[in-house]
Design a protein around this ligand. Sequence first.
Ligand SMILES: Nc1ncnc2c1ncn2[C@@H]1O[C@H](COP(=O)(O)OP(=O)(O)OP(=O)(O)O)[C@@H](O)[C@H]1O
Length: 248
Amino acid sequence: MSTHQDFLLSVEALSVSFDGFKAVDDVSLYVEPNEIRVIIGPNGAGKTTVLDLICGKTRATSGSIRFRDKELTRMSENGIVEAGVGRKFQNPSIYDDLTVFENLEISYPRGRSVLGALLFRRDRAVRERIEEIAETIFLADQLAERAEYLSHGQKQWLEIGMLLIQDPELLMLDEPVAGMSVSERRKTAELLNKIIVGRSVLVIEHDMKFVEDIAHRVTVLHQGKVLSEGSMEHVKTDPKVVEVYLGH
Ligand SMILES: Nc1ncnc2c1ncn2[C@@H]1O[C@H](COP(=O)(O)OP(=O)(O)OP(=O)(O)O)[C@@H](O)[C@H]1O
């Protein structure tokens, strides 16, 4: 009972079927506060579907997803975002014709009261928060630049920034370094290690060098099931994992 509460996210016996095909089959995984968990596995293993289930985009056939004291399987997508779960998809959904500053600004969570007397202070707080986030995502010098002129890697960081500004307790990223240069990958690893103070990160990734750089624990999925789990060192040498995934 007490250990149960030590986890930020508890996925238990989670399954989803599409026309009788079990894309996710009895998956359990537990993510601790301040943990970077990486999900790896061959194409079609069910990795993206697990993230879809957690963020409410896909509905579970059975099982449970506890986030702090909330059961996410019964909540709307918006409710799940408000509860503190942020999700980045593979393709950045930034606004090309807006600046970096404006992209971050529109992502800033607005409070309920917009009293005139508070406006000035709020604006300043917003600006400071945007500058702080821009620093974190290596875009402090690009605040006035239109997003369309950013490099591929910078666009990915901007989208991570747009999630960070909402201060999610769980941040989920689907292949964040796909298409990035080696130096951008290194900086992204640095970024993730920086942002886990007060939050956990759940990442899907194929780049094993990057996984080694960031993962506290690794969960290997295969045909919708958990094949192996543990440190990178552990899963890397697990014969089952070598056979279906890393041996190729
Ligand atoms: N909405 C859906 N309807 C029908 N089948 C689906 C749906 N979503 C996923 N699937 C199937 O579920 C399986 C798991 O897909 P998923 O995208 O989760 O795998 P993945 O591990 O993320 O793979 P990849 O590494 O290729 O992204 C696949 O066979 C896929 O075709």
